[in-house]
Write a protein that binds this ligand. Sequence first.
Ligand SMILES: [Zn+2]
Ligand SMILES: [Zn+2]
Length: 663
Amino acid sequence: MASRLLVTHALPYANGSLHLGHLVESVQTYVFVRKMKAMGKECRFICADDTHGTPIVIGARKANLSPEVYVERIHREHAQDYQAFDIDFDLFYTTHSAENERYARRFFEALRADGAIDKRDVLQMYCGVDKRFLPDRYIRGECPVCGTKDQYGDACENCGSTYEPTDLKNPRCAICGNTSLETRSSPHYFVRLSKYQDFLRRWTSEPGHLQPEIRNFVDKWLAEPLRDWDVSRDAPYFGFKIPGEEDKYFYVWLDAPIGYLSSTDKWCHDHGRRVEEFWGKDADCDVVHFIGKDIVYFHTLFWPAMLHASGWKVPARVHVHGMLGVEGAKMSKSRGTFLNAREYLDAGLDPEWLRYFYAANLGPTPTDIDLSLGELRNRVNGELLANVGNLANRALSLVWKNGGKLTAAAPSEVFTQARTVEREIADLYARCDTRAVVQKVLDFSSAANQRLQAQKPWETLKSDREAALSELTLAVNVARLCARWLSPVVPRFARGVEEQSGAKLAWGDFAPLENAPIREPRPLVRKVEDAEIQKLASRFVAAPPAESKPVVTPELSIDQFAQMELRAGKVLAAEKVPKKDKLLRLTIDLGEASPRTIVSGVAQSYAPEELVGKLVCVVANLPPRDFGKGLVSHGMVLYASGGDRENTAIELPADVKPGSKVK
Ligand SMILES: [Zn+2]
Ligand SMILES: [Zn+2]
């Protein structure tokens, strides 16, 4: 790894508000950046608004503004939203800048000097009604590759293919709807991308640059000669003029990625640095781009080829995340599952909840994730609040009421274990596996909660004050470790633990905090209330929940009922099942020679540790059920619906022995 990092995420397009899908990328990227910064690495996080192209012209016209004023207004709004979610860029700039124009020309000249630019006449769709050529966004039709209807003229939102407007099937003018379009000729500039095909094959196959899933995808594109890329657009257009041309502009996708570099230049200029320290061919710097699945072609083919041809550093890594669904559906305006960042904030929800939820769901692969507000509530309340938050708050509150000073920590292995755990966590962060990070921290915190529960310092404070305070000091220290490991994800929570425990959190510091005063504890995590969730859900869930009718079930004979064997079972252990969001694997004592494995689909109702120790009701004579990958369930635990949780375990009184019959 190089000694410094330059990290970007996709430039948000300046024709609309940020939505919760944008924030998936922001959270993933900024968690990565924060972790690198926390570990003392120089890591610059550069972003800009992507401000050019026809949708901007259309949006500005609708808003009755000039494109310049329109993109400035959107830029201010974007900056405020990012700030509200604690996404802290080193610079959030714009592609409509003097720097970007200068670099766009430089790139174009470098490509031309390399013999990669062709100028030739192209046939273009022309609308006789509007009297203009119809590039990319001014034309709609069916994708020539997959047939999806209502696609723009440059790329398909469904299959990600890029093509020319003239390739669209059944095209129509996007301005007036005219379907009798003419084709007319106009000279255009093309980048001969196939010239860089060998370089791109090499670059994409070198380890670390792309995730394996993405590489497979890109390999298919590279198996065929790459098509030439039209980088010019006819006036009227909003963008940069091509040098030496009167009525031609650079296509927005030429100057947008250049915005990464030109914005870095702006930051360097403001901070007395040189852009070559980050983007120079031999710079001791890794450039890392975070993007969504929809813009892989641009970032893995066009952009590296442009950098290579112009003598700049090519990216060390392009990391692709999955798309966001909402409550099991695709996020879409027409389905009513579209949520702006601002709407989330206006509903009074805490930005940190969403950061936690996203990080707890995102892994290293480009797998789609789903925003379920019920799961968000359960994870925040059951994990962040009830597990890590509770450990910190309980221990700090007891110390505060009993002198307000930490003593010597009780002897424990945790400080030795913490070194290994921190190394693993740092590694997981570097791979963007925040889902595994969160699980590791929860496990570490659970163990400390269990120890506290067994030692009961709140009871022994009177009889053995010194021992009790030592236990509490240990718990505060574990909470501090957990807070620092989670700090890239939930910075406000971590800051709270830091302030209340009275000393900075620092990666790599394993000396316990002892014999030091603390400050007055306050709650560290706000509980997610059902009313808040419902308030947000009411904004986007178009269909009301299905009306519940009393269900008439057929009668059961007493003999049929007697065939069911119900027994009391004690939950000895509970854990999540990797890649199965709904399932918990329970180990249950039924009074038999060995405990049984039983799988319950209640992971969204219970954090695993909440079930441990409960005496539950088990259907014991069901045939084994295979969940794949060696996971077989031997029975079923009974849950009631209609409570606060979606599923509430039916609990038996504590004096009932495991294995006892329930009749
Ligand atoms: Zn398509
Ligand atoms: Zn028209």
